[in-house]
Design a protein around this ligand. Structure first.
Ligand SMILES: *Cc1c(COP(=O)(O)O)cnc(C)c1O
Length: 356
């Protein structure tokens, strides 16, 4: 049976990227050696990481003065790396979900941390838009896509202080005006690669302004200086990321991918909005194109488990909602084909006919 992979992360990758990785693991470029078995200083690996950086820069139109790094530690490591490198006396955060809260927790260990706005009282079902960013903050931190709640900030905001964004779950899903940010980071495992590699886009002249001694591995300047090869990077993951970016480029870049994402999410949101039994959980203006969260209306609440089983029988994978929201979450990342979205909608319609 065809599987429709709606996993939230790690999640579906372009088939071609996975196949090319499998081949390279067995034999890289006909060298007789596997990708996992060569030095990260080997010229063949250097070419891979160089291409990954170049594609990242090209696809997001990254201006001069920025570096693209591939690190370990996940997005979660960035939660503390950010204050290590930027916190002087005060930081500002937008609280839009569990990941934002985890970032805030790390900042609090460094000192005064202002939460400029929060959607906590509505279980994070929207992204606040009315707030003032303190002009004396060292930086302002946002989470552009809230993976658990299905909300997204799909525009690049203006900030009077250096803007820092966790883009773990929507990087490469739309064009980004990188010039508005001091730093963008994320785990690759939602939209650009396997778990284990973390991407960082950093504007170099925003660094070096703190007094503290930063541990070597946590200092962005270490990794800029060694072009992500200070220590052994996650080589295989970087290869898959590079193949994923090649796939995006071949589709026509992030502009084309955004159109596909709008279409996929639009189909599913329409089906939810026109349903007698399902209802969306995120406020309409904040809806994510990447994670689509919905539940059953009160009269049908007891049918949620039954629908999960029904959908599983039709090949749907990973549609159970996060425990803090309940119901269903369909993650519609770049690599998810529109046919899978259609299959889910068909299953929803069929189920509705059975229970109404
Ligand atoms: C998944 C996710 C994280 C955590 O990433 P790790 O790589 O597991 O540390 C952080 N932020 C967002 C928005 C996420 O979706």
């Amino acid at each position: 049976m065809t599987k429709h992979n709606f996993n939230a992360g790690p999640s579906i990758l372009p088939r071609i990227a996975v196949e090319n990785t499998a081949k390279a693991i067995l034999d890289l470029n006909g060298s007789g050696l596997g990708l996992m078995e060569i030095s990260h200083r080997h010229k063949d690996f250097q070419a891979i990481i160089d291409e990954a950086v170049a594609l990242f820069k090209e696809l997001l139109n990254i201006p001069d003065g920025y570096h693209v790094l591939f690190l370990g530690g996940g997005a979660s490591m960035q939660f503390c790396m950010v204050p290590f490198n930027y916190f002087r006396s005060k930081a500002a955060y937008l609280e839009t979900g569990v990941w934002a809260k985890k970032a805030i927790k790390e900042s609090k260990g460094f000192g005064e941390t202002i939460i400029v706005a929060s959607s906590a009282e509505k279980n994070f079902n929207f992204v606040p838009s009315a707030y003032e960013i303190p002009a004396d903050a060292d930086y302002f931190h946002i989470t552009t896509n809230n993976t658990i709640y299905g909300t997204e900030l799909r525009k690049d905001i203006d900030s009077p202080v250096p803007l820092i964004a966790d883009m773990s779950s929507d990087i490469m899903s739309r064009p980004v005006d990188v010039s508005k940010y001091a730093l963008i980071y994320g785990g690759a495992q939602k939209n650009v690669g396997p778990a284990g590699v973390t991407f960082v886009i950093v504007r170099e002249d925003t660094l070096g302004k703190v007094e503290r001694k930063i541990p070597t591995m946590l200092d962005y300047r270490t990794h800029i200086g060694e072009a992500s090869l200070f220590n052994t990077p996650p080589c295989v993951n970087i290869f898959t990321l590079k193949e994923t970016l090649k796939w995006i480029k071949a589709l026509g870049g992030v502009e084309a991918v955004e159109q596909m994402n709008l279409k996929k999410a639009g189909l599913l949101y329409d089906a939810i909005d026109n349903s007698t039994i399902f209802v969306g959980t995120a406020e309409k203006e904040s809806r994510s194109l990447m994670n689509i969260c919905f539940v059953m209306k009160d009269a049908y609440k007891d049918k949620e488990e039954e629908f999960i089983k029904f959908a599983q029988g039709k090949g749907m994978v990973g549609i159970k909602g996060h425990r803090s929201v309940g119901g269903f979450r369909a993650s519609t990342y770049n690599a998810l084909p529109i046919e899978s979205v259609q299959a889910l909608i068909d299953a929803m319609h069929e189920f509705e006919k059975m229970v109404v």
